[in-house]
Design a protein around this ligand. Structure first.
Ligand code: URA
Length: 436
């Protein structure tokens, strides 16, 4: 086989065989096939697409390109959840204890934030003492004992995806639906999941802002799951405004705790109940989403889900007192209010721009390894559809003394990201569709 012929075949729109896909991915990971040939192939895939069977095979190759996690020591169906990324998306912090409280094991490996989207691991590390690095056996033991653990990715998982993603990032081939689908599903399968729940975002803050494109991605990932015998449910959800009110690590952790006390924002609570119900259904714990949602609501109301978070925090050496003493979280030195310059109804809250402002204030990193400020971020005081009067507070900007001089720019950008209309605004659906 020659890589040249396979690039040519894909460029002409033909379907690659499983052996040809294995040759490409294995050759790339070994270093036998150079970046420039893989870049040309990725561009051919971008324009010609891939058939479902080709994408499923590519997913398998990505999943098995390095170490895989064996979760068989944990009894029951292990269900993983993945979000395609958004601003203020703190659902994992709520879902892990909530679903574990329902009796479904949650061995969760999560990432750090990059660019305008945050990461679960950074959010958890805003809890004083919280350890996100556990050995594989500590991880499995904790899930067996208390039902959940959340750790950073470790080991040599999906090296094919690491190489391919970095190359796609610099060759304008990230937004190819089969390449995104195989990247996400490959990682979930390598992580040992038996069943997968996907939160596919659409809207301005999402990776694929167009609904039709996001839906294609969701459907393709569900089809891949079917092909690879992993029960997969996808929710297509709105990310045209941040989820909840808080964007930034400690701010999001505090909002997650409020939600587990059943005092959280309505949109965040709703999406968590729906995603949690999908997790319970995917794990065959319930065969009815409505019944599963009821059960989860009782766990929120009774405080059992909150107690589970406290157990997770204690098990991972964090200070469990943060649950009741929110002031134990790092607090920003500089807090600036942003007020409305006129009265009206909030018509847009540009999620991506708000994420970028939080990053400017120190909450995010531009490149891997950059330091972040756990206290920094944006605390919104109003959401789309709300009526505000001139002078009302729209948001608070939280930052450190180091970035104090960035506040005027941040204020200007937040004001621009929050649009006001003189007419009442029609609500948008938060959960657009469920695909299973
Ligand atoms: N997220 C991933 O994990 N992979 C992609 O290709 C895109 C988004």
């Amino acid at each position: 086989m020659r890589m040249y012929d396979l690039i040519y075949k894909k460029r002409q729109g033909e379907e690659l065989t499983p052996d040809e896909i294995s040759y490409i991915i294995q050759g790339y990971v070994r270093g036998d096939i150079p970046d420039y040939q893989i870049a040309a192939w990725a561009m051919a895939v971008y324009f010609q697409g891939m058939k479902a069977a080709e994408t499923a095979h590519l997913t398998k190759e990505v999943a098995h390109s390095g170490d895989t996690v064996d979760l068989s020591a944990i009894p029951g169906i292990k269900v993983d959840k993945h979000s395609t990324g958004g601003v203020g998306d703190k659902t994992t912090l709520i879902l892990a204890p909530l679903v574990a409280a329902a009796g479904v094991p949650v061995p969760k490996m999560s990432g750090r934030g990059l660019g305008h989207t945050g990461g679960t691991i950074d959010k958890l590390e805003s809890i004083p003492g919280f350890q996100t690095e556990l050995s594989r056996s500590q991880f499995l033991q904790q899930v067996k004992k208390i039902g959940a653990a959340i750790i950073g990715q470790s080991g040599n998982l999906t090296p094919a995806d690491k190489k391919l993603y970095a190359l796609r990032d610099v060759t304008a081939t990230v937004d190819s639906i089969p390449l995104i689908a195989s990247s996400i599903m490959g990682k979930k399968i390598a992580g040992g999941a038996d069943a997968i729940v996907l939160d596919v975002k659409t809207g301005s803050g999402a990776f694929l802002p167009e609904i039709a494109e996001a839906k294609k991605l969701a459907q393709l990932m569900v089809d891949i799951g079917l092909e690879l015998e992993r029960k997969t449910i996808a929710l297509l959800t709105d990310m045209s405004q941040p989820l909840g009110y808080n964007v930034g690590n400690a701010l999001e952790m505090k909002e997650a705790i409020a939600t587990l006390k059943n005092k959280g924002p309505q949109d965040l609570t709703k999406i968590c109940l729906r995603l949690g119900a999908a997790m319970l259904t995917a794990a065959d714990y319930s065969n009815n989403m409505a019944e599963a949602e009821e059960k989860l609501l009782t766990l929120l109301e009774s405080g059992q889900a909150l107690n589970k978070l406290q157990e997770i925090i204690s098990a991972q050496k964090g200070n469990p007192e943060v649950i009741d003493k929110i002031e134990l979280f790092p607090e920003a030195r500089e807090i600036k209010e942003v007020t409305a310059t006129k009265s009206g109804y909030i018509s847009e809250l540009d999620a991506k721009e708000i994420g970028l402002v939080a990053m400017l204030l120190g909450a995010g990193r531009e490149k891997k390894g950059d330091n972040i400020d756990p206290a920094a971020g944006v605390e919104l005081k109003a959401k789309r559809g709300d009526k505000v009067a001139r002078g009302d507070v729209l948001a608070y900007l939280h930052t450190s003394s180091k970035f104090k001089e960035r506040l005027p720019e941040a204020e200007k950008r937040i004001k621009k990201a929050i649009e006001l209309s003189s007419e009442p605004v029609q609500p948008r659906d938060l959960i657009i569709e469920i695909i299973d």
